[in-house]
Design a protein around this ligand. Sequence first.
Ligand code: NDP
Length: 415
Amino acid sequence: MSRILIIGAGGVATVCAHKVCQNRDVFTEVMIASRTKSKCDALAKVLNEKYGTNVQTAQVDADSVPALVQLLSSWKPVLVINLALPYQDLTIMDACLECGCNYMDTANYEPKDEAHFEYSWQWAYRERFEKAGLTAILGCGFDPGVTSVFTAYAAKHHFDAIEYLDIVDCNAGNHHKAFATNFNPEINIREITQKGLYWENGRYIETEPMEIHKPLNYPNIGPRESYLLHHEEIESLVINYPTIKRARFWMTFGQQYLTYLDVIQNIGMSRIDEVEYEAPLADSMANGQCSMVKVKIVPLQFLKAVLPNPQDLGENYEGETSIGCRIRGQKDGKEHTYYVYNNCSHEAAYRETGMQGVSYTTGVPAMIGAMMFLTGKWAKPGVHNVEEFDPDPFMEQLNKQGLPWHELFDVDIEL
Ligand code: NDP
């Protein structure tokens, strides 16, 4: 019996839940819990009608360890799949330790008041998970997630030493909105407005945001301007593969997106500190007198409220994503290149799950990671990044679960 709890009911959780319900031989009992229960109920209704399942729902504030402990001790899941926001990683890990549950997520912890992400906060839980005999799997989406598994697969099968690693993430889709983000806008804008960072010759090199860019050719898509970003998987990959001399992460952005982003930053709407806003008191307006009240708002959270919801982009989304690893290194004393990638169609993702390709490419690996744990292939007490496990069974499932991958050997990898 494999009883799981999914926390979050957004785009990624929706895809993961569909995939969980498609694999009922592995996932026998499922609960979806989130801040807004009505979203969980709506999702469960769709799933139960489509797959004949009996998905349960609950309300939980995942910022609160006592609230989580109450839920976990009543539902008693074997595994908690955290698909809420990176802010909740530590509270959920604390509750898992208290209740004896295993843990998995897709994004590393980030404090709300600081746009900064790194693994140290979660790696600090290693000893406690190990002592409790519990497994925590970190970063099991696409990037991080599949990109780290791709790297592990390359190291296992194609290289004696990986020396140069470039992770390339292209979204060549068109959602026909002037400006929208493909996953949670607050998390997304915090990520891409940070300084760039990459690893070279044993140290990190910082760049200005979007300072380094070049056109790269993506399979079935063609050339797209690609920008060097700081991305979390680089941090664990350079530790787990110490032969890496240089590791970088690239993401494509269209000119219109960058122009909007520039404006958002220049007018202060990407700020994550509180600003005071004077608003009319609703009751006083009804009395014909207008009293004002001072409220505190965070501009980026306000912006999220007015931007399109990434969950609603799927219907008109055309085109595809292409994410992969371009690797150069040594095998049998000779230099080789290797490019492993997946292309994912937004339309196909929408037809299957009602969500666009970015949610799909994250939610499918989350389900596969959970499957790896529940079938005993990735169960190892402690806190682990995904490249620390055997990549082969995960790669096999990618092909079966909707994210087939392709390999190119000794081609020009442009980097
Ligand atoms: P959404 O904003 O669509 O969904 C987040 C969900 O979490 C919502 O249902 C939200 O509830 C819920 N939530 C937020 N705060 C709390 C809380 N305190 N307690 C309980 N529930 C809460 O985000 P996405 O689905 O787009 O992204 C989910 C995660 O996936 C994020 O962590 C993101 O960083 C990660 N991600 C990882 C990628 C990868 O490749 N590794 C790529 C893309 C995303 P409510 O509806 O009430 O707001």
